[in-house]
Design a protein around this ligand. Structure first.
Ligand SMILES: [Zn+2]
Length: 926
């Protein structure tokens, strides 16, 4: 027998696979799947492994099912991160050097060249291709491209012309996340922390303080009428700053932020926070109020000073109460101004007291604040003396009044912090002028996308809600950047199209990627792409023959069938690409489906390259073998669930492959005549085929492996137990081996190819036909008989364990026919509650009295306990238990080494016989 050697299998298969997965239009039905292309700025870890192996398993499955499958790959090199990396490497930044040299194992001579950003992405792009190939991914590499290829840029220009003509590209002033170190807007991918933070628009309420203003930021300007004081932090230093020619007192951080939001700011001097305490400020809408000390005031939040409305803000209420309990400021009383159903006069006080909150740090404070905020906004009304309007109206009215008459300004700030750029700098909100946006806020555009989502297959189905929410919530998107790699923005060539905006319809580009590079990029006018993708004729198209070939490719492959990506891309990429598709392509070329992945964990913790918590995919392949890595990643969780990589579990996966390999090697030459148990084995095999096929059709890789690996392995164990003595099994085992290898080939293709050759299979297993279940081979009666036997053997084993005696004989006592009647009546009944009453209407049953009602109860319990795959066939097939056990007597005596007797419970004297139920005979051990 050949030794189990995954490395050998890999080498042999790789040789045969060169060019094997290059896929061209054919007469077969197509299946086109794509994954979000990687940004190759570092080495692949096992989390990336799953992202690309799931689609590979799916691709291999459909290929074996006779479809023409296309699985392409490219590299996304657009954007700024790699520029930052190259700068840090040039500056000898120790953290970056450590990451690249020690974790990603980049050789020193290559690392020396990483001062050029393009070298970094080129290096890792070829590393990605090498490692993906080592993992056995059946990718058509002819179609590989990068997003800085000149032909790709021409394609992007064409795409953007369509977006522009449709009115989706607009210019304006807008608050955006901004890094002042990079001097560039910050996208989701550029963030170390805070990707959930949203930009919020605050009103600055301007309190008079001598010759100066003290601004406080609020989302609830209408509460000005209830202000009792301001809060300032006595432990920090504020600044006096000339803002647009007027003096403001704000935090240092606020001065820097305000300067990014259309104000001129000139800092004059510092003021200690403690010098503000107990001074007074005034505002025309609330009069004169004092400034009180508060440690909780964060100078990095908005202006760094806060107005206090203790009647309606729980935090303010508690802070004031704390001071008053220390005997200070006792004359200040909360001033209510809003009436809201469900609350008394002072909502904040009432809510805090009801919840029994005693201090500011109570974790329930945020929820309580939110609760009052929502209640007042939705149902609250300001008091008549303040206008008597609903809060949601009064809020805008008061804000407008303050801006018009009382010097208020707008300030943009994040709702949660910190927000940290990849460079380590704190991100701020900047108002960008002449900024270009994709107008995702456009309701008509949103509607087109929502309609498209309705027509799509989404896996798992629960992500539909998240897509709907994203479409609903999406705002205009700043789509250009000043710094980075990528395609120049056609209407302002000092700008580049940012990464999430140049990666939305490239799935169409894959269909022509290997052919378009034969044409000079200069010739690739929008008319050329209009012809390839939209079939629009125009005069003087260059290289018409080549264009026709590309048009043919596009028409054959498009639309894509499924797109695979991680769930954190729903809120951007996966939704953006739908917006772009609906604008550019006709209905019959719009995306058909998406599969959304869960996250990867390493020993229970989130994988993160920047935190060093990763296991490199290449190391995994070297340590465990590519098939082991694949089978572990596919078998440990369904694709949409989170998976956890643990080396000790991966080792047991390798042992499973070895067992499979050994078994198939043993059975491949089996030649004997079939026994009864062979009919069972082959019958069972049909349902494993059926269920594996269904699972893979639904992308359930874990479920498929359960059936295809463990289901068949368990059957084989039983089969061997049931074989007559001196038999090694029959020629049916060869059939089973051939099916088994094919069912597992998408998961462990290297071992699959090797064994396929051993089995003398034709061609490559990668292209062998997927097994089809043959209903004619299914024998329910035999399956039920073996099921009964298995369960009875297990019962005997557990009884023997329990009673700890050496038995002299075992008697199987079979339930009487009338119990079968009851059992079947209950199993078949729609209404399990009334069926017992129905049964007892029968005169014969009534005569049996309590015995019958007891049996009915026991049958009900048993039916609940037996799996549907036993109950369902039992309701249509009758089995002869007596006969089954008589025939298995030899087997049972061999298993347990004692004489076996089979009796009917009715003829048995033994009291235990009364417990016999259908499919659960009484077992008497003596
Ligand atoms: Zn930065």
């Amino acid at each position: 027998m050949n030794e189990f050697d995954l490395r050998k299998f890999e080498d042999e298969a790789q040789e045969q696979w060169t060019h094997a997965f290059e896929s061209n239009p054919s007469s077969l039905e197509k299946f086109y799947l794509t994954v979000a292309y990687p940004y190759p700025s570092g080495a692949m870890h096992v989390g990336h492994g799953r992202t690309y192996i799931v689609p590979d398993v799916v691709a291999r499955f459909w290929r074996m099912r006779g479809k023409q499958v296309l699985y392409p790959m490219a590299f996304h090199v657009t954007g700024a991160p790699v520029i930052g990396i190259s700068k840090r490497i040039a500056n000898n930044d120790p953290k970056t050097i450590h990451l690249y040299r020690d974790l990603y194992k980049v050789p020193q001579n290559v690392l020396d060249e990483f001062t050029d950003p393009l070298t970094i992405v080129r290096h890792f792009a070829s590393e990605y291709q090498r490692v993906m190939t080592a993992c056995g991914m059946s990718i058509d590499w002819r179609r590989r491209f990068t997003t800085v290829d000149p032909t790709y840029s021409k394609f992007i220009e064409w795409q953007w012309k369509h977006l522009y003509d449709a009115g989706h590209v607009i210019k304006g002033a807008h608050p955006v996340r901004y890094c002042t170190v990079d001097d560039n807007p910050v996208g989701d991918h550029d963030l170390l922390e805070g990707d959930k933070a949203e930009v919020i628009r605050f009103t600055l309420v301007m309190f008079r303080f001598g010759d100066a203003f003290i601004p406080t930021a609020t989302l609830r300007p209408e509460t000005i009428y209830g202000v009792t004081n301001l809060w300032a932090n006595p432990n920090v230093t504020y600044v006096r700053a000339l803002v647009d020619g007027r003096v403001w007192i704000i935090s240092q951080e606020a001065a820097e932020k305000i300067a990014l939001q259309d104000h001129t700011v000139e800092i004059q001097e510092e003021i200690a926070g403690k010098n503000l305490i107990d001074k007074t400020v005034s505002h025309p809408l609330c009069g004169t109020v004092p400034i009180l000390p508060a440690d909780f005031v964060d100078t990095d939040m908005a202006s760094g000073l806060v107005m206090s409305v203790p009647a309606h803000a729980p935090f303010d209420y508690i802070a004031l109460r704390d001071l008053q309990q220390a005997g200070k400021y006792t004359r200040i009383k909360p001033i209510p101004l809003i009436k809201v159903e469900g609350y008394g006069e002072i909502p904040a006080q009432e809510a805090v007291e009801k919840a029994g909150i005693t201090h500011q740090m109570d974790s329930r404070m945020d929820a309580l604040t939110q609760e009052i905020y929502s209640a007042e906004f939705s149902k609250g009304k300001v008091f008549d003396r303040y206008g008597g309007k609903p809060v949601r109206v009064a809020r805008d009215d008061v804000a407008a009044l303050m801006i018009e008459k009382y010097d208020s300004k707008i300030m943009y700030e994040f709702d949660t912090r910190p927000v940290i750029c990849r460079c380590g700098n704190k991100v701020k909100v900047k108002i960008l002028h002449d900024q270009w946006f994709l107008k995702y806020s456009d309701p008509t555009w949103k509607k087109q996308v929502s309609d498209q989502i309705l027509d799509m297959s989404l896996v798992p189905p629960e992500v539909r809600l998240e897509f709907d929410r994203t479409v609903d919530w999406l705002k205009d998107w700043a789509c250009t950047r000043r710094v980075g790699l990528g395609t120049r923005f056609p209407w302002d060539t000092t700008q580049l199209i940012e990464p999430l905006s140049d990666s939305t319809i490239y799935m169409a580009y894959y269909t022509i990627a290997h052919k378009i590079r034969e044409i000079d990029a200069k010739l690739l006018t929008p008319e050329v792409f209009n012809y390839i993708f939209l079939g629009k004729e125009s005069p003087d198209l260059p290289e018409k023959k080549k264009l026709d070939a590309m048009r043919k490719e596009f028409l054959y492959w498009y639309p894509y069938d499924y797109r695979f990506s991680a769930k954190d891309l729903i809120s951007n990429h996966l939704t953006f690409q739908l917006f772009h598709h609906v604008t550019i392509f006709p209905k019959d070329k719009l995306p058909r489906g998406m599969v959304v992945f869960g996250m990867g964990l390493l020993n229970g913790a989130k994988m993160s390259s920047s935190k060093g918590n990763v296991f490199l995919l290449e190391d995994a392949v070297n340590d465990f073998g590519a098939d082991t890595v694949r089978m572990f990643l596919m078998g440990s969780a369904e694709p949409w669930q989170d998976f956890d990589w643990r080396n000790e579990l991966v080792i047991s996966t390798k042992k499973q492959i070895e067992r499979f390999y050994n078994t198939v090697s043993e059975i491949k030459d089996a030649k004997g005549e079939p026994h009864d148990i062979d009919r069972w084995l082959i019958s069972r095999l049909q349902s494993h085929i059926e269920r594996t096929t269904t699972a893979l059709t639904n992308f359930q890789t874990r479920q498929a492996l359960q059936e295809a690996y463990f289901g068949i392995e368990t059957d084989l164990k039983w089969y061997r137990r049931r074989l007559p003595e001196n038999s090694d099994g029959s020629r049916e085992l060869h059939t089973l081996g051939s099916v088994w290898v094919r069912l597992l080939a998408p998961f462990i293709p290297f071992t699959g190819e090797y064994l396929w050759k051993q089995l003398a299979g034709e061609g490559l297993v990668s292209f062998a036909s997927w097994p089809v279940a043959d209903k004619k081979l299914v024998n329910t009666r035999i399956e039920l008989a073996e099921e009964l036997l298995t369960r009875t053997v297990e019962d005997i084993e557990s009884i023997m364990k329990l009673i700890q005696i050496t038995p002299k004989s075992i008697t199987i006592s079979i339930a009487p026919a009338w119990k079968y009647e009851i059992f079947l009546a209950i199993a078949r009944a729609q209404d399990k509650n009334t069926v017992i009453r129905e049964i007892m209407k029968d005169e014969m049953m009534r005569k049996r009295g309590k015995a019958a009602t007891d049996a009915a109860k026991q049958c009900t319990t048993l039916i609940h306990r037996l799996p549907p795959y036993v109950i369902e066939p039992l309701t249509r097939e009758s089995i002869d238990e007596m006969n089954i056990f008589e025939e298995a007597k030899g087997f049972l005596e061999k298993e347990f080494g004692v004489p076996f007797h089979v009796t009917s419970a009715e003829s048995s004297e033994h009291s235990k016989s009364a417990t016999a139920l259908p499919f659960k005979p009484a077992i008497i051990i003596e």
